[in-house]
Design a protein around this ligand. Structure first.
Ligand code: SF4
Length: 342
């Protein structure tokens, strides 16, 4: 028996095709979107304004496709890492981060990743597959704290702009009136600067975060092989062509490694690089991962680095570390689960 197709993750245009197949009127697509994205039902039977016979017909080939997490770890600080199935033997993580004024979910876009950044556990897994729109949206919709969510960051496992078709469907569903109807200001897509960046800048109003991690191309290349195919100077030139002074914001992520990229010289060079871009720099404490000789730097060094950027007119903050006791470095839980299931 072939697997049923999943409605969750379909755009309104895709639901119109399903409605036509079922012999339903055009407005039934909007009704289905309403059941899926506003009422967030778990089964086709619950779509009670669709005729029973049509629901039965739909249920023969389709299902909603909302799948609960299979595991979780909860930190003493309230951060929760969830593990979701993503096809046979595959798992992805999402991290729920509640604070006093917001609740953010860090969402994954791929199983594994091609980009092989030196400091990243997901990169060590290699690339398995792109997540479908269903598998991406399911992390949000099946989240036990779904009602609490205020913000989303596509910063989990994988490079979202290496999976643009599926990512864009999800962004449409999250922001369209027929879907979640969220403001794009509540959503940030985080990238290392992959090929989908121009399309994202042209077609989306969501915020952008770019991982830099060094102001020097050769050093960045040693940390992030993507620097060869998509050099940071090209990425920054592209960003300079767009307006980040009104609704949409751009930020730069900078993981600080001890005795590698934490010097005064680095801070000054980074400030020089970004001085003409209205942006924020987020300094991130490195979470050590097995078999990688990179180390966490001291807080005092990070503060000095931050102060140099702020003194030079580049807004810079140190991101609070969350969930350290549950290994919030993405890829840890799913790697362990995958190894167990092999
Ligand atoms: S940091 Fe992001 S882009 Fe780099 S390997 Fe990890 S998941 Fe991929």
């Amino acid at each position: 028996m072939s697997e049923k197709k999943r409605l969750l993750g379909m755009t309104l245009d895709e639901l119109k095709i399903v409605a036509a197949e079922a012999g339903l009127p055009g407005f039934a697509a909007k009704q289905m979107a309403d059941w899926l994205y506003k009422k967030r039902v778990s089964s086709i039977e619950e779509m009670t304004n669709i005729a029973i016979a049509k629901r039965k017909w739909l249920a023969e080939s389709y299902e909603v496709g909302k799948v609960p997490p299979v595991d979780f770890q909860k930190s003493v600080d309230g951060t929760i890492k969830y593990l979701y199935p993503a096809g046979p033997g595959n798992f992805v993580e999402s991290v729920y981060i509640p604070t006093s004024d917001r609740a953010t979910l860090c969402v994954s876009s791929q199983v594994g990743c091609k980009m092989n950044c030196l400091f990243c556990m997901t990169g060590k897994q290699g690339f398995t597959k792109n997540l479908s729109a269903n598998e991406i949206l399911n992390q949000i919709q099946a989240l036990p704290e779904n009602d609490e969510l205020t913000n989303l960051v596509f910063m989990g496992m994988g490079e979202p702009l290496d999976n643009t078709d599926e990512l864009f469907k999800v962004l449409e569903i999250l922001t369209a009136p027929y879907g979640y109807a969220w403001s794009p200001k509540r959503i940030t897509v985080s990238t290392i600067g992959a090929k989908g960046l121009k399309r994202f800048l042209d077609e989306s109003d969501c915020h952008l975060a770019v991982s830099l991690h060094s102001p020097y191309p050769a050093e960045r290349l040693s940390l992030m092989p993507v620097e060869k195919a998509f050099p940071m100077h090209g990425v920054l030139d592209l960003i300079r062509q767009y307006d980040f002074t009104h609704q949409r914001r751009v930020s730069f992520e900078y993981i600080v490694f001890k005795n590698l990229n934490d010097s005064v010289q680095h801070a000054k060079a980074l400030a020089g690089l970004l001085k003409d871009i209205p942006c924020r720099v987020n300094l991130i404490r490195f979470h050590a991962i097995p078999n990688v000789p990179l180390q966490t730097t001291d807080l005092s060094k990070m503060e000095a680095f931050r102060d140099i950027l702020n003194d030079r007119g580049v807004t810079c903050t140190i991101r609070a570390s969350r969930g350290e006791d549950i290994f919030a470095a993405c890829g840890m839980l799913s790697t362990a689960k995958k190894e167990k299931s092999i």
